[in-house]
Design a protein around this ligand. Structure first.
Ligand code: ZN
Length: 637
């Protein structure tokens, strides 16, 4: 099946953080060669962690070392309130790669006392007095990145990209001068890979992050891991990409960096892809210095096969669609979507990660050579699953039988619905001759999303999917039918602020489909009140399918004929307004679940397997590592 149904996506929770785990679907099915490529690139992706910690603040690595020593050696009462507070503080520091909040940038306030810290450090034979003001005094190094206009952004930011005392004005004129002297057609990313420092005579210079330079030892270890990956590169192009990156790490030359990104953006054939290096500039208030990050991904062969199965049968689906035959496409080709999964997250993408990545950042490289944009399927999936495990279902699903139906099939059906929507739904149907593609104006995107969603909903319940091996049985679709209505009428409202209406096209489309169905086919499903709370109650799944077919036929007619008035009427009546009372109820029920605002990921662990002769025979993936264990292990890499 698509996933182990017993996989637990949610892990521990502390402060404002919820930790998640992500699966790496398709890894086991890869060839040994590709597994090894991922293994060594992942190794390289984890080796720059200390660079990032030092970039974030000059004291971070020392704070971490002292905290970890206390954490592992503490002999006092490990259940005491002080030690638990100490543990929470350390877990937050781990999560943020330093002493400042990963998102708000403010320094953490410890929940344990100064005396506890002094005693625990003494017991562990540590001399850590210099860290007392760093940890306990809120006025020292208070904010990692300060963006308050009117203040000197460098003197007031606690990051380590500029030597203490260098003013914003000095740094800005230093780089303005570099830019003026440099190539204006193809400008390098000035200052991206260095710390700006000052000689005793006051002259500014760049201490470059490279082999033999600042962070040289770490960079040498990254280079070594990249060299281990080279023999397993998929093709010559990819080999050249890795070699060019090594050359950049060796020289620190930013022209070489541009050459590397050009090669990287042009490699679109390889299944495995990666980023490794100085990338995003959010940590520098001047937006020049790039934090270190690393990650590895690959095209998921199983998910790609799934979308292939649909697109290979695109004509069958088109011919059986419940719409007026005049609106059907005579020749229909499905879209084969490439699903990307992350294999490892490192540096500034760990534990808190982006779910979409669009690189490179150099404007002229993007203009002349394009960019790569990916959505990381397995991370999105983990977020979705965690949201569903968060107590949301228990709160909003009407009864136990429906709840177990959702727990069993919702994951599979949700993925499949997305595939149907993307691979077939958008590509199906045709406009009548002479109809303008933009005829539906502002209502066009909601109608288009509704069309693709309805196409998916209709076919989810079709025997054809069981036949193609995509759904396990003829019951599974009910999970998606129920959760779709629940989301469209109730749970998606949690993303809308009080007093606002629905704006986003996908949300409007879901509201439209769900509320149209409840109003027009009440014998299929209705909104039921139990003890002051509202629930979706499905009366007949077959009737629900018929309702979706009817609405699909109408939406396709609107699209094919360019019927603006009908589009407006449908969207205005069902897609936009929010029932104030119901909205307030949903928000209240959501708040009572008390969910964490920030999430991040525990990585899987890759291990080499050897045969009797001592040759590598496989790479195993393990998911069970505890958060603290992983953090302590990464500290020793
Ligand atoms: Zn869509």
């Amino acid at each position: 099946m698509l996933e182990q149904s017993d996989f637990i996506f949610q892990d521990e929770r502390f402060a404002d953080i919820q930790l998640l785990r992500y699966q790496v679907p398709g890894f086991k099915e890869l060839s040994l060669r590709k597994k090894l490529l991922i293994y060594y690139l992942s190794k390289a992706a984890l080796l720059g962690r200390d660079i990032l910690w030092d970039q974030n603040n000059a004291y971070n690595l020392r704070v971490r070392q002292v905290l970890e020593t206390i954490y592992t050696q503490y002999k006092g009462d490990r259940t005491s309130a002080e030690f638990l507070q100490f543990t929470i503080y350390l877990k937050r520091v781990w999560f943020s790669n330093g002493i400042h909040h990963h998102y708000g940038y403010q320094k953490f306030t410890p929940g344990f006392s100064k005396q506890f810290f002094i005693d625990a450090a003494k017991e562990a034979n540590l001399d850590a007095d210099d860290l007392i003001p760093i940890i306990f005094n809120p006025t020292i190094l208070g904010k990692r990145v300060n963006q308050t206009e009117g203040e000197d952004l460098l003197l007031t930011s606690a990051n380590n990209y500029y030597q203490d005392g260098i003013t914003q004005k000095e740094a800005e004129s230093f780089y303005a001068h570099q830019k003026k002297e440099g190539d204006s057609q193809h400008p390098i990313m000035y200052g991206m890979n260095s710390r700006l420092e000052k000689l005793p005579d006051g002259t500014l210079y760049e201490n470059v992050w490279k082999s033999g330079g600042l962070y040289g030892e770490h960079i040498d270890r990254i280079i070594a891991a990249l060299k281990e990956a080279i023999p397993y590169a998929e093709n010559q192009k990819q080999k050249t990409v890795i070699e060019k990156l090594i050359e950049f790490y060796q020289t620190g030359n930013l022209k070489t960096f541009d050459e590397y990104t050009i090669l990287w953006v042009q490699d679109t054939e390889s299944q495995v892809d990666f980023t490794n290096g100085f990338t995003e500039v959010y940590g520098d208030p001047l937006g020049l210095k790039a934090s270190w990050e690393g990650y590895v991904n690959f095209v998921d062969p199983i998910a790609t096969r799934r979308s292939d199965a649909l697109s290979n049968n695109a004509q069958w689906f088109e011919d059986h669609s419940p719409i007026d035959p005049r609106f059907r496409k005579k020749e229909c080709k499905g879209i084969s979507a490439k699903v990307i999964n992350a294999a490892i997250l490192g540096g500034d993408l760990y534990p808190s990660s982006a779910i979409g990545i669009n690189l490179p950042n150099s404007n002229w490289v993007r203009t002349e050579y394009g960019s790569k944009s990916v959505t990381i399927g397995n991370l999105t999936h983990a977020y979705n699953q965690a949201a569903k495990d968060s107590g949301l279902r228990q709160e909003f699903v009407i009864d136990e039988a429906t709840l177990s139906l959702l727990n069993e099939y919702a994951g599979i059906c949700d993925d499949l619905h997305t595939d149907l929507h993307e691979c077939l739904g958008h590509g199906s149907g045709q406009l009548l001759p002479g109809i303008d593609a933009d005829a539906l104006k502002a209502y066009g995107s909601t109608i288009e999303e509704a069309r693709a969603d309805l196409f998916g909903l209709y076919y989810l319940a079709d025997e054809k999917l069981v036949e193609l091996g995509l759904t396990p049985n003829a019951e599974a679709f009910k999970a998606q039918y129920y959760s779709y209505l629940m989301n469209g009428v109730l749970t998606q409202l949690v993303r809308i602020e009080k007093g606002h209406q629905i704006e986003e096209a996908h949300m409007r489309n879901r509201a439209l489909i769900a509320r149209w169905t409840l109003k027009n086919v009440p014998e299929a499903a209705s909104l039921t009140e139990k003890e002051g709370k509202h629930y979706i109650e499905v009366h007949s799944y077959p009737l629900l399918r018929t309702a979706f077919a009817t609405l699909l036929a109408e939406i396709q007619r609107i699209k094919s004929e360019g019927d603006l008035n009908a589009a407006r009427q449908l969207v205005e009546e069902f897609g936009i307004q929010v029932d104030t009372k119901l909205h307030a109820e949903v928000l209240e029920r959501w708040r009572s679940l008390n969910l964490s605002p920030y999430k991040g990921f525990i990585n899987p662990e890759y291990k080499l397997v050897y045969d009797k002769e001592g040759n590598i025979s496989d790479v195993e993936i393990h998911y069970g590592e505890a958060y603290d264990h992983q953090m302590l292990r990464y500290g020793k890499l």
